[in-house]
Design a protein around this ligand. Structure first.
Ligand code: ADP
Ligand code: MG
Length: 704
């Protein structure tokens, strides 16, 4: 598999040199650059401008616009140098035929000012000009040049993200140096695409993005920016495709034919009809199971979209074929819940799923636990539900054929591999209740096929969502009292910010105490992450049974807790939550045919993003729409919370703005790989993967 270990092609060596090869970059600046931009020449090229300064305006000095950027050619008249030890600024008086300009320097170093602006000489100065007491003033000009060298001053200057110790001038010089090292590379984008989109070649695109002429040149849709974004997406898709093929070779799959007996019986026994989306997902999964290759499929759907049932169809299909199926949940609470739900569906079929939890912690303990383990080993247990215990060392299977993993984000690559070792040709379905925008799914999980449940079971009512400032708390409590008196069950969510869990827990305890006092007739339960498991389980249990009508909780209820009778959720400090989290939390209600409501309590003043988030929540209940908006508001890096979520970092591509390029990148990547799963043009593939540093990703993924 030499294709998986591309060596860096020689023509791009120069781009991967340390930044110290560039003029003006010494070890100190290189250190600063490394923190903000990167260690190599290529990193500077990928550091794109975010704005521009237009210095072309040369107004008359008696006619300047306060606060504008302007350029003047002036004669330096005199210096008013501050006496040593004073805090006065250094003033330079300059003039031309249109008026006077006072140039000011604070904390001027030595004779820098005297040298830069020699009295009696003409200089061009450019910077922000202000009007003070009717006089034109410029503090710390951005540029001071001799009129003989006026070309040294850029008339339109790109603005880059900076960091402490890095001035625009230092960075521009380094980037200009980097641009001179750009080689002309053999084109990897097909001609048809290039001409259709009017894209420049890589080197031209790079040079042009660093020399914007107008504000429009900074937009992601320009041909130059699109081209570079496409290159990055293409490299990523190419890496994913190669990994996928390598993985398919390394882990051969198996055909699960199915007899249809159990799945048909399940379908018959359902008290409702499947949604169209469920039917499609069940079909997609069945087709994967019946294929010779190993299934790796992500099943995405909002809370309540009926994923568990879809998964159960797949499990029964595996069982029909004589294999076993396992469902892995991230927590014991969820494992128990799935166990109850699934057994309810299985009862009419005369079947029962087993439950396996960690040793000594609830569930089947000691002898009972041992019995489940034995049944898994001898094959009498056909369906098992549990936590990580299911993939622990002491657990082996007679013939595991399907693993369903609930909640993608808490399961890593390692667990997937462990799963693979529990059987042969084990199919995997990853279920996630966090709808993921198509673009992210395609880039982060390109190796997983997707099934989306984008349709709610009939009869589900949208959740009435409102936002209220926290100072209306008294009203809120009154309304809550009325709702509880009417027999409703409600969640009250307190925020949990990781850095200060103690404070947050204290806040939840305080809220619990305050609400208990305000609602003396109500049993108010409390659940948070710092409680003993037994106490928390007890609180949850009281809420589930209805003994407690109100549950004050931190985000421990976020994932999957299912109490269909709950129909009110109040989220305190909603402005501190991300969209995905708000949506997850809101999904705790609206799980029955009772109309539900969600109240977002916020502390003003709200930032623009927080306002936008609350607006999105009020406007829609559709998780996929929310996910797309979330991506726009947050950017992909933050979208899934953390790096290990597997989202590759994109520097040139903006997943929200360049979504349309993704499908194209996928197509082109496919064309770059031949029928033997080897690159059609190996040198070209190596070049692209190396240029975008996907070579190491490929190696890492390939080694599993
Ligand atoms: P998810 O796991 O996607 O959050 P669940 O699988 O828990 O959703 O389904 C939520 C509820 O909806 C469950 O009580 C389930 O039995 C029920 N349900 C599933 N599919 C349908 C359907 N097609 N019509 C009506 N109810 C359904
Ligand atoms: Mg298969």
């Amino acid at each position: 598999m030499t294709a998986m270990h591309p060596k860096r092609p020689t023509e791009i060596f120069g781009l991967f040199a340390a930044t110290t090869v560039l003029p003006g970059v010494g070890p100190k600046l290189a250190g600063i650059l490394e923190k903000r931009v990167g260690a190599h020449v290529i990193d500077l090229l990928r550091h794109l401008p975010v704005g521009l300064i237009d210095r072309r305006a040369r107004p008359a000095l008696d006619d300047v616009v306060d606060g504008s950027i302007a350029t003047f050619e002036v004669l330096v008249v005199k210096h008013d140098r501050p006496p040593p030890g004073t805090r006065r600024p250094w003033r330079v008086i300059a003039e031309n035929e249109t008026g006077r300009l006072e140039i000011i320097f604070f904390h001027a170093r030595d004779d820098y000012v005297a040298r830069a602006l020699p009295a009696g000489e003409r200089r061009i100065v450019s910077g922000r000009v202000e009007i003070r007491q009717g006089r034109a003033q410029m503090a710390h000009p951005d540029h001071i040049v001799d009129p003989d060298n006026s070309a040294e001053m850029p008339l339109i200057e790109p603005v880059y993200p900076l960091t402490a110790g890095l001035t625009p001038k230092m960075l521009r010089r380094a980037i200009d140096g980097a641009l001179t090292r750009l080689p002309d590379l053999r084109e990897w984008i097909p001609n048809t695409v290039m001409s259709e989109r009017n894209w420049p070649d890589f080197a031209t695109a790079m040079r042009d993005v660093h020399h914007p002429r107008t504000a429009d040149d900074l937009l992601p849709q320009t041909p130059m920016r699109s081209r570079l974004a496409f290159d990055e997406l293409l490299a990523n898709q190419l890496a994913l495709a190669l990994v996928r093929h390598a993985a398919a070779e390394a882990m051969p799959g198996r055909r699960f034919g199915g007899t249809g007996a159990l799945t048909a019986a399940l379908l018959d026994s359902l008290p409702f009809t499947l949604t169209g989306a469920q039917q499609r997902a069940i079909e997609e999964i069945r087709a994967d199971q019946q294929a010779d290759t190993r299934m790796l499929r992500m099943l995405q759907g909002d809370v309540g979209s009926g994923k568990t049932l879809v998964a159960l169809f797949a499990m029964l299909h595996a069982v029909e074929t004589g294999a076993q199926a396992a469902l892995l949940a991230p927590t014991e609470i969820l494992a128990r819940q799935h166990h109850v739900t699934i057994n309810a569906f299985l009862a009419p079929l005369g079947m029962q799923a087993r439950l396996l939890l960690g040793q000594g912690r609830g569930g089947a303990r000691g002898g009972a636990r041992k019995a489940v383990i034995n049944e898994l080993a001898d094959g009498t247990a056909q369906i098992v539900i549990g936590t990580h215990a299911l993939i622990s060392e002491g657990v082996s299977y007679h013939d595991l054929g399907l693993a369903v993993v609930d909640e993608q984000h808490r399961f890593g690559v390692r667990q997937r591999i462990l799963l693979g070792q529990k059987g042969h040709g084990v199919d995997v379905i990853v279920m996630t209740a966090t709808p993921i925008p198509r673009s992210l799914a395609m880039t982060a999980y390109g190796d997983l096929n997707q099934s989306r449940l984008d349709e709610k079971p009939a009869g589900r009512l949208p959740i009435d969502t409102r936002a209220l400032p926290l100072d209306r708390l008294a009203d809120v409590v009154n309304r809550l009292r009325a709702a509880l008196a009417g027999g409703r069950r409600a969640y009250w969510i307190c925020p949990l910010v990781e850095e200060s869990e103690k404070i947050d827990v204290a806040a939840a305890e305080d809220r619990h105490a305050a609400l208990s006092q305000a609602l003396p007739d109500i049993d108010v339960a409390l659940a948070h992450g710092k409680m003993k498991t037994a106490d928390r389980d007890d609180a949850m249990q009281r809420f589930r049974s209805g003994a407690a009508q109100l549950l004050v909780a931190t985000t421990v209820v976020e994932v999957g807790v299912d109490v269909p009778e709950a129909s009110v959720i109040i989220i305190e400090h909603a402005e501190r939550f991300g969209l995905a989290q708000l949506h997850q939390l809101r999904g705790r209600v609206g799980r029955s045919d009772t109309a539900s409501s969600c109240l977002l309590l916020y502390q003003g003043p709200l930032s623009e993003t927080a306002t936008a988030r609350l607006d999105v929540m009020r406007e829609t209940n559709d998780g996929f729409v929310i996910a797309e908006r979330d991506l726009e508001l947050r950017g992909p890096g933050e979208f899934l919370g953390q790096r290990q979520s597997g989202v590759p970092e994109f520097i040139l591509a903006d997943l929200a703005a360049h979504q349309d390029l993704l499908a194209l990148a996928r197509e082109v990547a496919r064309d770059m790989i031949g029928p033997d799963n080897q690159p059609v043009d190996r040198a070209q593939c190596d070049l692209l993967l190396s240029l975008f540093e996907r070579d190491s990703a490929v190696r890492f993924l390939a080694s599993g």
